[in-house]
Design a binder for this molecule. Sequence first.
Ligand SMILES: [Zn+2]
Length: 178
Amino acid sequence: MKKVVLVSMVSIFSLIFVTFNFGSENFSHTAKAYSLKGWHWPGNMTYATTSSFIEIDASWIDAVNVWNRRQDHRTINYNANSSNHLTDEYTTSSSRYGVMSTWSTDGEVYRFYGRLNRSMYDIKNNSRVRQSTAIHELGHSLGLGHTSSYAIMNTSRDRRELIEPTFDDLNGMDAIYD
Ligand SMILES: [Zn+2]
């Protein structure tokens, strides 16, 4: 009789264990909400800041430093002669905080050109919004697309609050570069 009870308890324990595994499976699926552009940096890259507005240059440099610190797949280093320019633009728009143009061959990026739109009040006046936008635009050059999850690549994020890549952004980087 005691043996039967023990067997039942083992069965119940197994059931709990299996359920727990299903739970973490589901969690990791919902966490992978990133989308990818289909291109990647073939190796480490260089950049030059070319804006005549010192606060724009500073925000690009901050964004570069954040990406270099938060992931170890690729690094980006300053080089005054780089053809990868990070700069500003003045484009009247109610929604365009910044833009990144990326050129690639067979999925390998050979040039990118990022701009922060200084016609936007918050780009001009808020360093957190500038940094959030610069990190987002660099994310595009690295191969990340837009997502609706809690991520720097979400176009509806609070730009004053979110100024670092999140778990989802870094998962996307792992998917591209691992
Ligand atoms: Zn975007």
